[in-house]
Design a binder for this molecule. Structure first.
Ligand SMILES: Nc1ncnc2c1ncn2[C@@H]1O[C@H](COP(=O)(O)OP(=O)(O)OP(=O)(O)O)[C@@H](O)[C@H]1O
Ligand SMILES: [Mg+2]
Length: 328
């Protein structure tokens, strides 16, 4: 198999806050394969955005790299010089954020912004063709518009067009449809997924929406406390989850039939780490935890064809003591 497009190894990132440092990633490891759609799910604060932004070294100044590496298309992102980093961002990466209005310049017509994303001196036909690829109707009118004249869905399609303008190898979409009306979420997502397939790029979707992920991703990584706690094929992880946290997430989503809704909270609150977690970060909320879970940090192991970070995973599968339906 070819080398992974993205290789994140033991990444530790903290944010300097008033009197302490918040540990957003607590040794996160993950590989993204060429041409795949990988979803990263987890509750608010689990570290999804930090991981996504790290791929382009787009973290705010208060973020500190404490350990680990992240390699994207052969570039060691955290060590790259400015020129290499600019080239990586311009030629290899495309970002789509939750709120399109933050990605667009309110003072500039869409046509000019898209032309800048394309680079060089593209004519209006090339700009309109790119907008049409993102399924914007009447692209000639859109390119003369200012961002505030577009609906949220149209604005996000412009952002998607700009993200794919230079045929990136990696698209990172951070809750790309969360800010949109429920009625158009699926259509905008379908456009993003189609463009990924046409280009052969890899797509990483950061999301709370398990339903959306189930339909569109190849693999899913479940994040908790700044680590990937379960990683495998979508069918495996969503239909036969192993980690108690994945089970709790799915159970919460099962009772929540509103498409695109944010995850129902699980009993208890997620951790706010200030240093390396020396136990299982989920143990305080886990209905299956034993003494060891509170005193020993679990490491990633292959269990039932996927990676799981849980002391009790194998034992539980063997004894059938933790069937998914029991967690519901
Ligand atoms: N600029 C910042 N300064 C201080 N702490 C931060 C900053 N950005 C994120 N954090 C903290 O880092 C942790 C991870 O945040 P992150 O935004 O990566 O999570 P997330 O999974 O994307 O959450 P959400 O689902 O709400 O978008 C959280 O505890 C958060 O409070
Ligand atoms: Mg986020």
């Amino acid at each position: 198999m070819s080398a992974p497009l993205v290789d994140i190894a033991g990444l530790v990132i903290g944010y300097d806050a008033a009197a302490r440092q918040v540990r957003a990633l607590d040794s996160a490891s993950l590989q993204v394969r060429e041409g795949e759609t990988l979803a990263i799910v987890g509750e608010s604060g689990s570290g999804k955005t930090t991981l996504g932004m790290a791929a382009g070294r787009l973290l705010p100044p208060e973020a500190q790299l404490l350990d680990g590496t992240i390699t994207v298309a052969g570039v060691d992102v955290m060590q790259a010089d400015d020129a290499a980093l600019r080239r990586l961002r311009r030629e290899k990466l495309g970002f789509v954020f939750q709120n399109p209005s933050t990605a667009l310049d309110p003072t500039m017509r869409i046509g000019r912004q898209v032309a800048l994303a394309l680079g060089g001196q593209p004519g209006p036909e090339a700009v309109a063709a790119l907008l049409a690829r993102a399924e914007l109707g009447d692209p000639e009118r859109v390119l003369r518009a200012f961002p505030h004249e577009l609906s949220g869905g149209m604005a996000q399609r412009v952002v998607i067009a700009m993200a794919i303008a230079r045929a990136p190898q990696l698209l990172i979409a951070d809750e790309p449809t969360a800010s949109l009306d429920a009625s158009i979420r699926e259509k905008v997502m379908a456009t993003l997924v189609r463009l990924r397939a046409e280009s052969g790029a890899s797509l990483v979707i950061l999301s709370h929406d398990l339903r959306l992920i189930g339909r569109h991703a190849d693999r899913v990584a479940v994040m908790y406390g700044g680590r990937i706690v379960e990683l495998g094929a979508v069918a495996q992880v969503l239909q036969a989850p192993v980690h108690p946290y994945t089970r709790a997430l799915l159970a919460a989503a099962a009772g929540n039939e509103v498409p695109g809704a944010r995850l129902e909270p699980i009993q208890g609150t997620p951790p706010m780490l200030e240093g390396r977690c020396e136990a299982c970060a989920y143990a305080p909320r886990c209905t299956f935890s034993v003494a060891r879970c509170n005193s020993e940090r679990p490491e990633a192991r292959e269990v039932a064809g996927r990676l799981v970070v849980c002391h009790r995973a194998e034992e539980a599968i063997a004894t059938g003591a933790m069937q998914p339906q029991e967690a519901r």
